[in-house]
Design a protein around this ligand. Structure first.
Ligand code: SF4
Length: 614
């Protein structure tokens, strides 16, 4: 498409059932309103008959979408969103991944791909220099995600090919299967790998040589240099560069943010053995970066006891979900468990939280050894953890029950109140009792319990501050309506990030982001305009979820998080969810009684048409 700067200008549509592919020009107005990533994907998915879609059915559209800065010189903007209705939650699903897959998709000439239908036999999708081909994936079935990436690179004879693929978990329709790329990078949450598995789509490979058209090349170079400089100087990014996200373990423990034993206890003496410092000193081989990222939070580690010379990760969420949450302090065992999840293509958060629930059910005498294939389910057992991951990946024995996630497991035993989920998505490793604003994020996030839709722990620890947009650090236990409003603004801001798509560890001033976007696209944007875009996207996702049955009654935290912890860094705090949400609904212009966006809000955001399914 002519004159649409910042975009390749084309979206590829693939119908696996009909074995056809065609491309359509990107709609400039839609791009300006929703940018890209999960924003533009939501605008496309909102056009479908949302209430009639089975997330595991061929009609569920899987949208892979880049953003206007992806594949450019903008630091830390090399990401790719994958969106569909989630087989785990039944509502809006999204996940984004780093590495080089997103940029390479743009270099191949496309801003995004929309995949519909279901192939009659397993296939993989090859997109090389604009040539689109569906290839037989029979020989790839059963391979793990590392083997699959390598096999495809060999078949294409090009080791620069970027591959997003599923492992055994996706093939077996584990409901929280991930899509893996660039070795161990993951689009982990909400089962986008499951959607690929249901479509019999084993992998997508991309390679290309095009560049992204930039409206103001000189201005863009100046701004991106300033962002790079900012990231070099900022203490938060320096800390991530040194210790990876694992460096947060110590601080998280101090605040009570890192959960222990399925979120049940506030103290545990094993956390220091999972620290980023220890990982750096004893197991780190090197840091790894995504496309054009000066931060390089990725870790390449080893676990010699398990015969692993070189593996990816783990990052903070994995250390929590497969470590502290299960009371496992053997760092090498946690590294190995994270690698197992990567190989099979499993979301580490949902895997760990679901296994932790199973351990709690066993402790309570609800889940017995016979149901658990003769295994004694208990906290602190790394051998058990490794065995359960293997079982989940192929739905073997007790693994079949665990493969449907925590909410389904709790339902199965008639104890739904014990699931640590919001809207059926497992809680990440940030306790809302440690940072009250996270209660808003978890309750209102469009994909369920999600820390990537409004990281109030970053705000209240001072790592993110956008005073000009009304996002200022404050008392972490503050449960006022004002705090709810700040959390809602941070959600809108991160909705913008997830559309651009910019890594959330890259936090230059809002003005720089507006300038970068303006220089890339030629649009005249101020920070307040960016907030409006984020608000629009967040509200559109809410309307999508309304078609899937979400209302104010769905905006609740599980009882676990409304019980104080007697010891530890949460200091017995419990968030006042009602008061916080009152502020957040008010800020977003959503009706506090129904939870739905008010008509004036929809009109102000220009969502009248976009919010109506065709
Ligand atoms: S900070 Fe980490 S996840 Fe973010 S872009 Fe850089 S390497 Fe990738």
């Amino acid at each position: 498409m002519a004159n649409l700067h910042g975009y390749a200008g084309r979206i590829l549509y693939v119908d696996l059932g009909a074995e056809t592919a065609h491309e359509e020009p990107i709609d400039g107005e839609l791009a300006e309103a929703f940018l890209g990533g999960s924003g533009l994907a939501a605008a496309l998915i909102a056009r479908t008959r949302l209430s009639e879609i089975d997330p595991l059915g061929p009609e569920n559209p899987l949208v892979l979408m880049t953003g206007p800065l992806v594949g450019t010189e903008m630091p830390s903007a090399g990401r790719l969103s994958l969106c569909a209705l989630s087989p785990l939650t039944g509502i809006w699903g999204e996940s984004n991944t780093g590495g080089f897959l997103g940029p390479e998709l743009r270099f191949s000439g496309y801003d995004g791909i929309v995949v519909t239908g279901r192939a009659s036999e397993p296939v993989w999708l090859s997109i090389v220099d604009g040539n689109v081909e569906l290839r037989d994936a029979e020989s790839l079935m059963g391979l793990d995600t590392y083997e699959t990436q390598e096999a495809i690179r060999q078949e294409l004879g090009d080791d620069k090919t970027r591959v997003g693929c599923i492992g055994r978990a996706g093939e077996h329709l584990v409901r929280y299967a991930a899509v893996m790329n660039d070795h161990g990078r993951a689009a982990g949450r909400t089962g986008m790998g499951t959607v690929m598995g249901a479509k019999h789509l084993k992998a997508i490979a991309v390679r290309g040589r095009e560049t992204v058209p930039i409206a103001d090349l000189q201005g863009f170079a100046r701004i991106t240099a300033a962002v790079r400089e900012h990231s070099r100087e900022e203490i938060a990014t320096q800390a991530i560069r040194m210790a990876g996200t694992a460096g947060y373990v110590d601080m998280a423990t101090m605040y009570g943010d890192l959960p222990f034993r399925h979120f049940r206890t506030g103290e545990w003496d094993g956390a220091d053995r999972l620290s980023g410092v220890r990982m750096t000193e004893e197991y780190l081989l090197r840091g790894r970066a995504c496309h054009r990222c000066p931060i390089a939070c990725g870790r390449e580690t080893r676990a010699p006891v398990y015969g692993l010379d070189r593996v990816d990760g783990p990052e903070y969420e994995t250390l929590g979900a497969l470590g502290s949450l299960l009371a496992i302090d053997d760092l090498e065992a946690v590294i190995a468990a994270g690698h197992l999840c990567n190989r099979h293509g499993l979301d580490t958060i949902s895997t760990g939280v679901t296994i932790a629930l199973a351990c709690e059910l066993a402790e309570r005498g609800i889940l017995n050894r016979a149901t658990a294939d003769g295994l004694t389910l208990r906290f602190g057992d790394a051998v058990l953890l490794h065995g359960l991951i293997e079982k989940i990946a192929v739905r073997e024995g007790i693994g079949d029950l665990l493969a449907d996630g925590s909410a389904a497991l709790a339902d199965h035993f008639g104890v739904p109140e014990l699931a640590a989920t919001v809207k059926r998505l497992e809680m990440p490793m940030h306790d809302p009792r440690a940072f009250g604003g996270m209660a808003v994020t978890y309750a209102l996030s469009p994909r369920g319990a999600c820390h990537m839709q409004g990281d109030m722990y970053s705000v209240d620890t001072g790592q993110v501050a956008l005073e000009e947009l009304g996002i200022a650090p404050g008392d972490r236990f503050d449960a006022s309506e004002g705090k709810g409003r700040i959390a809602a603004r941070q959600m809108a801001w991160r909705s913008l990030y997830n559309a651009m798509i910019l890594c959330q560890f890259q936090n230059p001033p809002a003005e720089r982001i507006a300038e970068a976007l303006g220089a890339a696209t030629g649009w005249d944007l101020a920070p307040a305009d960016l907030m409006t875009i984020g608000h629009r996207i967040l509200t559109l996702k809410r309307t999508i979820n309304a078609h899937r049955g979400v209302d104010a009654s769905s905006d609740a935290l599980p009882p676990t998080f409304l019980s104080p912890l007697e010891a530890g860094g949460t200091l017995g705090n419990v968030p006042d969810v009602d008061r916080l949400l009152a502020g957040a609904y008010g800020e977003l212009g959503w009706n506090p009684r129904t939870g739905q966006p008010e008509n004036p809000t929809l009109a102000r955001l220009g969502l009248g048409r976009a919010a109506e399914p065709e």
